[in-house]
Write a protein that binds this ligand. Structure first.
Ligand code: PMP
Length: 374
């Protein structure tokens, strides 16, 4: 089988799993006051400090969550709920965890959805025009999970620099691919997920800049400084810290490898004369994601044909795969028709050149057989 769906999820690194297995002896509740509890608390805080270091934050700014969906919910609702009908800004290409949250909040706040251009990026002038006196929050996806397109985040931060408006970045696809330094990015809130970086599913973080008031969504004990109740997931926090450490250590070589694989893939499509076009700005894109428009095939037909040949890709976001509607991201950039003929390939340093060539061979055979029956 060939797996080209790393943006949906990565395999859990076995070495990380083995390492966290060692920590099962530290099973105390980090809130317990006895020695085993203190040991667990110390382990938790060591890992929190590590996570903080990798994004240039301080440990108190890290809230451990069940993943990025929760982190995005907490960032948005935790701010919006403090205000009476505030104004908020986001884009029309967000991940469903941001998109649905804002759609739900439309009865409680005024939401401006910035419309991306055909290249998938927002126009910074649109942001300037959208800002109001009462704008409390701007949510932007840093690297788009469907297209890999990188938003002009430094320009966005510059626009917001001297305002009270908070900047929330969904950086789930970004860690390891671009610098995720919360200071440099000007982020007030930033979400990450472990399972996109070879860690386990079900753990993530929300970075919340110090002195930023955040309403908790889950009530209970005073865990995470009152911002997220519930006994901390100590082992998985350790796994996330290790996953981040490994990503940082290998960042350059992994990105080079992914870039080469992407280029090889595009080159092979050309050499094999398979009609295609790339969706989004190739000059501002992450090496690990490529969204391709194949005018000759419908998304579902292609996904099924590839699946039957054990090539695993996705039509867009895995979180939307239950939906029969074409991707809202590709529709936002082009139109419904193009979206229903576009698929996402996402690469990893674990992929080989042979896998890329084999995938294109399979695509070619699907193309030829569809052409023959057309
Ligand atoms: N945001 C983006 C950009 C994502 O790609 C994902 C994962 N598909 C999420 C948020 C949600 O993360 P999680 O799976 O940890 O809930």
């Amino acid at each position: 089988a060939i797996y080209l769906d790393y943006a949906a999820s990565t395999p859990f690194d076995r070495d990380i799993l083995s390492a966290v297995f060692e920590s099962t002896d530290t099973y105390g509740n980090p809130s317990s006051t006895h020695k085993l509890g203190k040991e667990a608390k110390s382990m938790l805080e060591t890992n929190r400090a590590k996570i903080a270091k990798y994004i240039n934050a301080s440990p108190q700014e890290i809230i451990i969550t069940s993943g990025a969906t929760e982190a995005n919910n907490l960032a948005i609702k935790g701010i919006v709920n403090q205000h009476d009908r505030p104004h908020v800004i986001t884009t029309n290409v967000e991940h469903s965890s941001v998109k649905s949250t804002y759609e739900l909040l439309e009865s409680q706040c005024d939401v401006t959805y910035l419309q991306v251009k055909e290249n998938g990026r927002i126009d910074i002038e649109d942001l300037k025009h959208a800002l109001r006196e009462d704008t409390v929050l701007v949510s932007i996806i840093l690297i788009n999970n469907e297209t890999g397109v990188i938003q002009p985040v430094y320009e966005i931060a510059e626009v917001l620099k001297d305002r009270d408006t908070l900047l929330h970045l969904d950086a789930v696809q970004s860690f390891g691919h671009v610098d995720v330094d919360v200071e440099a990015l000007g982020a007030d809130l930033l979400s990450l997920s472990a399972h996109k970086i070879y860690g386990p599913k079900g753990v993530g973080i929300l970075y919340c800049k110090k002195n930023t008031k955040l309403n908790s969504l889950i009530t209970g004990g005073l865990h995470e400084a009152g911002r997220r109740a519930g006994t901390e997931n100590n082992m998985w926090t350790g796994a996330m810290a290790l996953a981040m450490e490994k990503v940082v250590e290998n960042k350059t070589e992994r990105n080079i490898k992914e870039m080469q694989l992407k280029e090889l893939f595009l080159n092979e499509l050309q050499v094999n004369a398979i009609p295609f076009d790339v969706n989004g700005d190739v000059n501002h894109a992450s090496p690990h994601i490529l969204n391709v428009y194949f005018p000759w095939v419908d998304v579902q037909v292609l996904l099924t044909a590839l699946d039957l040949r054990d090539v695993y890709i996705s039509g867009g976001s895995a979180c939307n795969s239950g939906s029969v509607k074409p991707s809202h991201v590709i529709t936002a950039m082009y139109d419904d028709a193009r979206a229903s003929h576009s698929v996402r390939f996402s690469f990893s340093y674990l992929n080989t050149e042979e896998e890329i060539k084999e995938t294109v061979k399979v695509l070619k055979s699907i193309y030829e057989s569809l052409k023959a029956t057309a």
